[in-house]
Design a protein. Structure first.
Lengths: 560, 211
């Protein structure tokens, strides 16, 4: 009975908060919020918004940054898949995708910042021999006004996401046979891949790509670390207004939230236009029938860019690690003169509380999500109906900008008199954890051979027994992986924790991001590294536990 | 295991969008193996799915299935008391050999462990209880699958081309083992196959379906 309610429950849990949140951003945006004395509708918030210094530039950076970051990420992924399918680099990259994806955005952004800052690792390695710099140059590299470092930070995180989505979709396409066919007609491999596989792959990863556009145009934590400051991106400005002690600023923030919704919608619309354009260009390129020209450069760029993206991510983590134990470290020296545990020793007492909060919230949200997803998938198995049409609803929390609805959701909660508790934050995280858990588990669940169920039933097992004694143990590995993904998503959340917790619940992530403004690198190094390592614990368990449990069951090895 | 059971198909007719695929009206006596033959697409597997209780909703079925005089047409698969032997042995990969045998045993039965040991000895696999099923040979897997079916104490058995994936020499031995056991247990059985030798080895009536 409960099972049949699961799909409805999931849809309600995902859609209702978003609609309520949007509504409660829309009303104050037009001056109506009785609790704060806004009794009548007016356009005053919008006039105030238009009068904000640099608002035009904020919007432009959010819009352009989102589109450029997505375009670069997608190009890197497609060129890599075209150039490297089946090579040694390919196997190596595939193994790195999941850990890369699990690094929280904030930690990756800090890593990048430590790498490219004027006094960062890159400048140190090149100085003074190549640059002649004896002291850090006076350059605005991190937080540059054009948002270039912001775009770079987004790209290193979105590349693994799009890559994983593509790798999950590719088996449906029988890519090897398509490429082999094209090669027998004289096409070089990378060109063949781009001409016969890419056009079929894109429709399958379109929703994830839209999610990237939406995320990149409205991100808060990465923009606080890497984005421009005068003015910041629109999303960061909104958060500043919302957090202002002067409650009248809430009207301004609401108008900003609705504007952000418009900016993201515009970005998606522009992306749709780009899709049309690319489609017709591709059509012409394919029709021209070129088979060889450009193969070498495709091969090189395909491999080079993915190496750069993954290399930067890992070098950034290395930078965090070095900084967190660095003693005295004069500028052009590539490595610190001494290593000290002091920063860790100082941070440790403060780590306990946030660490416990992070774990509690992540485990709570993931557990809830796993139960709901299992119930929905089990219901699908029993009724034989797949709810494929509802799938786009799963992407709703990933496509509607967080800042636009979370913030109205806080107003709803305030109206209801709900106090900021861990429970409320778990519920907020569930919105983002649930889609990822569903997306990572559904494939494995639907692929399981139906004969196992029939066999178990004819042996007299009840429907419930089939679930507990057959399906669950057989799917343990993918289930644990899905949970690890859920944990990683929850651990990386900044905005829901910050807003729904009203700043009173600190997690490792909110603490790390709030340190960004302080600028004490050693302490940031410690917190960002802890944040980066936490999700790895989940993945280690997800990979290790099934290996341990099924060490004596060969038929269970090699399952994903 | 020795009480004789009786399966009756009364005016069973299965249709797909108005076209009749299978039409059968016959009893199957205790210990009898009825063979249904036909090319692929003739509705053999549909018939099995119907009898086992897994018929896909796009098919329309009429008629009744009686097991020991009891109408089981509307019962869900797990309460029909009909066992199924597949083409593949399908030993649960996460359970040991003994775990597989225990899976279908009725809950009430006492001294399960002893019966499992006895059953393993019966099929020449004494001491194999704790083994990983993936480490067994094809013939051993097939025997475990058969024993798992028998231990679940079904009242009738459906055989879905159970020998088609075995080597020729194994096939002979397995046929003999399966049919002897079914007869011994007094189980009415329905064998679906496209291999004439299967039908001959079964030694019962043969019904041909046309495509």
């Amino acid at each position: 009975m409960m099972l049949r309610l699961a799909p409805m429950l999931i849809v309600t849990l995902l859609v209702a908060p978003i609609l309520a949140g949007l509504a409660m951003a829309l009303l104050p945006a037009f001056g109506y919020l009785p609790a704060l004395g806004g009794e009548a509708f007016s356009l005053a918030p919008w006039r105030a918004l238009a009068a904000q210094p640099g608002i035009g530039r904020s919007v432009a950076i959010s819009l352009a940054g989102g589109l450029v970051a997505t375009a670069i990420s997608l190009s890197v992924v497609l060129l890599y898949l075209a150039a490297a399918s089946g090579s040694r680099l390919d196997r190596w990259i595939r193994r790195l995708v999941s850990p890369l994806l699990s690094i929280p955005h904030a930690a990756a952004a800090f890593g990048l910042a430590f790498l490219i800052a004027p006094s960062g690792l890159l400048a140190r390695l090149a100085s003074p021999s190549m640059t002649g710099w004896e002291r850090p140059p006076d350059l605005l590299i991190v937080q540059d006004p054009w948002g270039l470092s912001l775009i770079a930070g987004l790209v290193i995180k979105e590349v693994p996401f799009l890559l994983l989505m593509s790798l999950a979709a590719l088996p449906q396409l029988d890519a090897e046979r398509r490429v082999a066919m094209a090669r027998s007609l004289g096409y070089r491999p990378a060109i063949a891949w781009l001409k016969v596989v890419a056009p079929a792959l894109y429709p399958l990863i379109r929703l994830p790509v839209f999610a990237v556009v939406a995320y990149a145009s409205s991100v808060v934590d990465v923009a606080m670390i890497l984005g421009p400051t005068l003015p910041p991106t629109l999303a960061v400005s909104i958060l500043t207004w919302f957090s202002d002690p002067d409650l009248d600023q809430r009207f301004l923030a609401s108008a900003g939230a609705i504007l952000q919704l418009g900016v993201t919608a515009t970005a998606l619309l522009a992306w749709w236009g780009l899709e049309r354009l690319m489609a017709s260009l591709m059509k012409a390129w394919i029709a021209r029938g070129g088979r060889r020209r450009g193969e070498t450069s495709l091969h090189l760029t395909g491999k080079l860019w993915i190496l750069l993206a993954t290399g930067v991510a890992f070098a950034g983590l290395g930078g965090l690690a070095i900084t967190s134990v660095a003693g005295f470290w004069r500028f052009p020296e590539a490595l610190p003169r001494s290593v000290t545990p002091d920063h860790w020793a100082q941070a440790l007492p403060a780590l306990g509380g946030p660490l416990a909060s992070t774990a509690l919230i992540a485990l709570g949200a993931t557990l809830l999500a796993a139960v709901l997803v299992l119930a929905a998938l089990e219901n699908e198995q029993r009724t034989g109906r797949t709810a494929s049409k509802a799938l786009w609803l799963l992407y709703l929390p990933l496509i509607v900008p967080q800042i636009a609805f979370l913030f109205g959701l806080v107003v709803v909660m305030e109206q209801l008199g709900t106090r900021p508790t861990h429970g409320l934050i778990i519920f907020g995280h569930l919105l983002f954890v649930l889609p990822y858990v569903f997306l990572s588990l559904s494939e494995a669940y639907r692929r399981i051979d139906p004969r196992w169920t029939r066999l178990a039933l004819t042996l007299g097992a009840s429907r419930n027994a089939v679930f507990w004694r057959v399906r669950l143990p057989m799917l343990l590995a993918p289930l644990l992986t899905a949970c690890a993904v859920g944990l990683a998503v929850s651990i990386g959340q900044y905005l829901p924790t910050q807003l729904l917790g009203a700043g009173r619940v600190t997690t490792v992530t909110t603490e790390a991001v709030s340190l960004a403004a302080g600028g004490n690198r050693r302490v940031i190094g410690v917190w960002a590294l802890v944040q980066a390592c936490l999700p790895l614990v989940g993945f280690v368990i997800a990979i290790g536990l099934p290996k341990l449990l099924w060490s004596n069951r060969r038929g269970m090895q090699g399952a994903p | 295991m020795t009480t004789p059971h009786r399966l009756e198909l009364r005016d069973v007719r299965i249709q797909l969008s108005g076209k009749t695929l299978v039409s059968l009206d016959t009893p199957i006596a205790p210990g009898e193996v009825l063979t249904v033959m036909g090319p692929s697409g003739s509705g053999k597997s549909t018939l099995l799915a119907y009898l086992a209780g897994f018929l896909a909703p796009e098919f329309q079925a009429s008629g009744r299935v009686l097991l020991d005089g009891r109408d089981i047409t509307a019962l869900p698969a797990e309460r029909r008391g009909i066992g199924l032997l597949f083409q593949d042995p399908l030993l649960f990969p996460h359970l040991s050999v003994a775990g597989n045998l225990r899976f279908g045993m009725p809950r009430a039965g006492a001294d399960k462990a002893a019966r499992v040991d006895q059953a393993l000895a019966h099929i020449g696999l004494a001491g194999f209880g704790e083994r990983d099923p993936a480490t067994l040979s094809g013939g051993q897997k097939a025997r475990v699958a058969l024993m798992r079916l028998l231990l679940s104490a079904p009242c009738a058995v459906l055989l879905d081309e159970p020998f088609s994936k075995l080597d020729t020499h194994l096939r002979q031995a397995m046929r003999r083992l399966v049919f002897d056991r079914l007869r011994e247990a007094g189980l009415p059985s329905l064998l679906v196959t496209h291999d004439r030798e299967d039908a001959e080895a079964a030694g019962g009536r043969v019904i041909e379906l046309s495509s």
